[in-house]
Design a protein around this ligand. Structure first.
Ligand code: ATP
Ligand code: MG
Length: 632
């Protein structure tokens, strides 16, 4: 049974129901899952604690809803299609039946190593199907997984191991990424020198590079599964048992260990997946995220597999062996729904349309975007050159903490508007508040984005530090979840995310979202990407400092800066003209592609001595280059 909404009036109808009768609404959605014992009560909540429980006393195992549930009718349908880094290497397909056996077998292996319900397991693996198998195997036996992006340093890894007191680490020997072969196990070895809780390390062989294996602690994946039965009974879990811990990307500070629980997360990820992407049985869906991000959790693994979808998992990078790789993969598997990040779109846009030309892309029905506001220019490029003006773009706003997509068009149902995430999903009750906490009613308003009612996929706590959860999300505005993002509701009631509230710039009393200013800068044809921050200014309170990546062909720095200022004046007005523009070779980004504006703010202010937590930075070298070219 599917809860898919098909029309705009259907959406408004469902949305209304979800607000007036939220418990009945979510009970109906939850009824289509397999529960070992039905819940006693749909919802108990208090945002003061915070203390939120969905499907109270319900018993289930999320993997039964992915595996057993799909086994008999569609066991031979592909669950995961894996495309390796090197296009010459053969890909792999795991049907639902094969996935079932792989998960059972590996979960039996985990049990044989003494890992069970409640134990924390770190997954530090490349994008191979076994990474998804590892997540599901943990869920099957009630162990709590915490996936750490396999490109993170040993320090970032040991911090996370220590924070959640992990008992095991699942990893690989190495990782292929573009033209590089990266040591993975060696990083784990280094991390483990600074930790004391890990009893076993299981190593999947991917690159066959040399590794050191510590006797009594380290085991090969193929050895531990050898001889293990490929069936088992899934552990009985409570709705509110922890499913996983995932650390946020760290754009704004030290990463937070976001805790998601079983029942609500399951219901919300499947529901949002089916509705946003309008997935129909038989479609091939591809999300290019890494499983180390929430997007990979909710929309490569859990959401699609709960829906019985075929989900592509891609090991490589968008520009290897060339900038046409994404499109080659789309044609190869006849992808219907394609979901990526603005940072990838802009990077590919910089290569021009040449790399797209050899491909048809005629299987595509829906395009998605996630991670940061997608600027209009990139939106149009994506729409025109990839979607051929025929595929709706779903600009999905959400966070690690929300578990699933919160504000987004439903593909083909909600009329889109470039740079707008449009409307909330059913069950999502947004509020725009001013800095004093007053809720702003009506349209054409702008302020801080809050959520005033629980939704099933929401964060329950930050691991080991409930107070931090309360302080970060539930204390700024009493009785509401505060997202940290700024937002505008326009005259049509459509939502546009303006960037982080902390990044809002106040020039002579005019408040401006970083996303809006960057959006204007990016309209200049020579601009590839930009980031703006405020800095203290004697006269205006704050001045605007813009960091811009440009194509410098046929331009001097001086004319380019002048043209950029003119572009902004035209689009927003002279008030938004940057006081300083620095042409940079790159921007400091998190591993998930988000700009770390806090670093840029420090450079703009001239306080370069303490940069804060930079463990999730993609390329620390960029920061030095930026400091060198700083505009006084
Ligand atoms: P930290 O909380 O540690 O600073 P983070 O916020 O970058 O890290 P994520 O949970 O991965 O970690 O990112 C969520 C944020 O990404 C949102 O709060 C928002 O700022 C931004 N974001 C995601 N999708 C969109 C989108 N479609 N439009 C605008 N902003 C988006
Ligand atoms: Mg955040």
């Amino acid at each position: 049974m599917s809860d898919r909404i098909h029309t705009l009036s259907g959406y408004f109808h469902e949305y209304q129901k979800s607000v007036t009768e939220p418990e009945q609404f979510w009970a109906r959605v939850a009824d289509s899952f397999h529960w070992k014992k039905r819940w006693d009560k749909v919802l108990e909540w208090d945002f003061e604690g915070p203390d939120v429980k969905w499907f109270v006393n319900g018993k289930l195992n999320i993997t039964e809803n992915i595996l057993e549930r799909h086994l008999f009718i569609m066991g031979d349908r592909p669950a995961i299609i894996w495309e390796p880094n090197d296009p010459e290497e053969e890909g792999r397909t795991l049907t639902y039946k094969q996935l079932y056996h792989a998960v059972c077998q590996f979960s039996n292996a985990l049990k044989s190593k003494g890992i069970g319900k409640g134990d924390k397991v770190i997954i530090y693996m490349p994008m191979v199907p076994e990474a998804a198998v590892a997540m599901l195997a943990c869920a099957r036996i009630g162990a709590v997984h915490s996936v750490v992006f396999a490109g993170f340093s040993s320090n970032a890894l040991s911090d996370r191991i220590n924070d959640c007191e992990a008992k095991a680490v699942l990893t690989s020997d190495g990782n292929f990424r573009g033209s590089k072969k990266i040591a993975v196990k060696a990083v784990v070895d280094e991390a483990l020198e600074k930790t004391s809780t890990v009893e076993s390390v299981i190593v999947y062989q991917r690159t066959k590079q040399e590794v050191t294996m510590k006797e009594g602690r380290d085991y090969w994946w193929h050895d531990v599964i050898d001889g293990q039965p490929d069936t088992n009974e899934a552990e009985v879990m409570d709705s509110e048992d922890m499913l996983f811990i995932l650390y946020t990307s760290g754009s704004t500070g030290k990463p937070k260990g976001v805790v998601h629980t079983t029942g609500g997360y399951m219901v919300y990820t499947k529901y949002s997946f089916e509705n946003v992407f309008q997935y129909s049985p038989g479609d091939v869906y591809w999300c290019t995220a890494d499983i180390g991000w929430i997007t990979g959790h909710s929309y490569i693994v859990y959401g699609p597999l709960l829906a019985g979808a075929t989900s592509i998992m891609f090991e490589g990078v968008p520009t290897y062996p060339d900038a046409g790789r994404f499109w080659a993969v789309v044609d190869k598997y006849q992808v219907n729904q394609f979901y990526t990040a603005p940072t990838a779109i802009r990077a590919l846009e910089a290569h021009g349309t040449g790399p797209i030309e050899p491909y048809k892309l005629d299987s595509l029905k829906v395009l998605g975007s996630v991670g940061e506001p997608i600027n209009e220019e990139a939106w149009h490029w994506y729409h025109t050159h990839i979607g051929k003006n025929r595929c709706p773009i779903v600009d999905t706003w959400w966070q690690t903490e929300t578990g699933g997509i919160m504000v987004s068009p439903l593909a083909g149902v909600t009329p889109t508007k470039p740079a707008y995430a449009t409307l909330p999903l059913p069950g999502v009750q947004l509020a725009i508040v001013d800095p004093e906490g007053k809720v702003l009613k009506g349209n054409s308003v702008e302020g801080n984005l809050c959520i005033k009612f629980p939704w099933p996929g929401m964060i329950r706590t930050t691991y080991g530090d409930h107070e931090r959860c309360k302080q970060t999300y539930f204390s700024t505005y009493k009785g509401m979840y505060f997202t940290g993002d700024g937002v505008k509701r326009d005259h049509d009631g459509y939502y546009r995310i303006l960037g982080r509230v902390d990044d809002v710039i106040n020039v002579s009393g005019h408040r401006m979202g970083t996303a809006e200013v960057e959006n204007a800068i990016n309209e200049h044809p020579k601009v590839i990407e930009s980031a703006v921050v405020g800095y203290p200014h004697e006269v205006k309170g704050q001045g605007i400092y813009a960091y811009v990546i440009c194509d410098m062909k046929n331009r001097t720095e001086e004319n380019l800066k002048g043209e950029i200022k003119d572009t902004i004046s035209k689009i927003i007005g002279p008030i938004a003209k940057p006081d300083k523009i620095q042409i940079v070779p790159g921007l400091p980004k998190t591993r998930s592609g988000k700009i770390m504006r806090r670093i840029l703010r420090k450079v703009a202010e001239g306080s370069m001595d303490n940069m804060g937590d930079t463990s999730t930075l993609l390329d620390p070298g960029v920061v030095e280059e930026i400091i060198k070219g700083r505009v006084e």
